[in-house]
Design a protein around this ligand. Structure first.
Ligand SMILES: [Zn+2]
Length: 170
């Protein structure tokens, strides 16, 4: 991780007016002085170096950089991180929506015992025209309109009658 969030950074205000500055102390005791007006910047401000690390202040947050990044590179790294995070959440949203669709499709599937019952009851033919080919199980009241999978709400229809019915509903 070239750029990590710096925790336990202590900041103390010193001086006044134009000369106001922040005394920034890290957890292991290094301290830097940063003119306070610079901390109002939303762009990266280099606060100081400690060994091979550089402490950056970016829009209210502190970061350690171990890659010798420039201010622009710090900004780009954070921007890229935000973008990837957004993309990840967007992907998760889609995955969840798909999972929910699958779950509701499973809920809507007509149970085998109901199919067998309805098939016998309707004599294995279209309840509208009596056709014996291209038969389908149809929800009398569509699932989308609150119809369930009980036998009273299921009927055998042929493809033509089913399509004619769908057309008349829409
Ligand atoms: Zn039919």
């Amino acid at each position: 991780m070239p750029l990590t969030r710096a925790t336990s950074i202590q900041v103390e205000r010193a001086g006044f007016w134009f000369f106001a500055e922040w005394h920034v102390t890290t957890s292991d005791g290094a301290s830097f002085r940063v003119p306070s007006r610079r901390l109002r910047d939303t762009s990266p401000v280099r606060a100081g170096e400690q060994g091979a690390r550089t402490l950056w202040h970016v829009d209210g947050e502190w970061y350690w950089d171990t890659d010798g990044l420039t201010a622009e590179e710090v900004e780009l790294t954070l921007w890229d991180r935000d973008r990837k995070r957004e993309a990840r959440f967007e992907r998760l949203r889609k995955v969840r929506a798909r999972e929910e669709d699958l779950a509701s499709a499973r809920r809507e599937r007509i149970p085998d015992e109901v199919r067998a019952f309805v098939w016998h009851r309707d004599d294995g033919r279209c309840t509208q025209c009596g056709a014996e080919d291209d038969l389908q199980f149809d929800h009398v009241i569509p699932v989308a309109k609150g119809g369930g999978n009980a036998p009273e709400n299921i009927q055998v229809l042929c493809g033509d009658c089913n399509r004619a019915k769908s057309d008349s509903i829409v």
